[in-house]
Design a binder for this molecule. Sequence first.
Ligand code: CP
Length: 330
Amino acid sequence: MQTRLFGKDFISTEDWSVDELTAMMDMAGDLKRRFAIGEPHDHILRSKTLFMLFLEESTRTRNSFESGITQLGGHGIYLTPSATQVGHGENARDTGGVLQRYGHGISVRDCRTGIGQAYQYELANEVDIPVISMQDDVDHPCQAMADLMTIREKFGNNLSGRKFVISWTYAPKYVRPLSVPQALVMLMTRFGMDVTLAHPKGFELMPKCLDSARQHAKENGTKFEIVNDMDESFKDADIIYAKSWGPIMETEEPVAVQAMCDQYKDWICDERRMDLAKPKSIYMHCMPIDRGYEATNAVVDGPHSVIYDEAENRLHIQKALMALTMGGHL
Ligand code: CP
């Protein structure tokens, strides 16, 4: 088991080896067991502090990180641009340089296209304590790791030949980032699964993420394909991950986005489509889910759904991540 992870940043799964990512999942399993039986583990990060900077809203990420560090004996501080001088333009060097004098880790959610992940790497360059992505424009590494942990719980650790589908769905209201589908195609191709990405034309992902997925598939003997037909993608799938994202490679202008999305209102995950997948397939979504648009209630609340397991595993994965990167050696 790879254990020399103290001080390591976690901005993208791409920066961690398969051994390191597996160590995180192993540790998460152990912490999940301890949590389940009420075995104390609050010595692991006693008196340590994680600064959590959010540029966007969150239910799962904030509460799982904050609960997680509390359970490990430390403290999480919720920060926003308007509650700090980040909102007045204080740069990464000054913000990070000061925070690292007070605490032991910095986590950031910043999904601004072309800015979010770059800011985190800039911050990581300026500080010695670990920088953790809580989602950006490119990756959502903690979500993808929680999802992978969930898949391993359902299907076992040998995922060779399992068909993983990430399909675009329609959703109204706001432009969702590309980071979840990108995180999934980059990670699942490294862990034995044959990955199918389905979306209408115009909803492509960032070329560098597609290139990574292709490269991982080549190196790991897995498959990666892109199709423009939702029904075709669902056929014989083991894992269905169906969610919306914006046509960000083309436009983020809200009226234009909605016009593009409105052409594909029939891209919904419903029982008819779930019947195209294998009988023991699972239905996944990172949440928040737009019920009735991205998926029907019958699917979201149905027998294939594992969405609360995924959300729960955010807690255990992030505790493992914090323990490994912020805990350190005796
Ligand atoms: N899945 C996820 O990251 O949820 P939140 O946006 O609520 O944090």
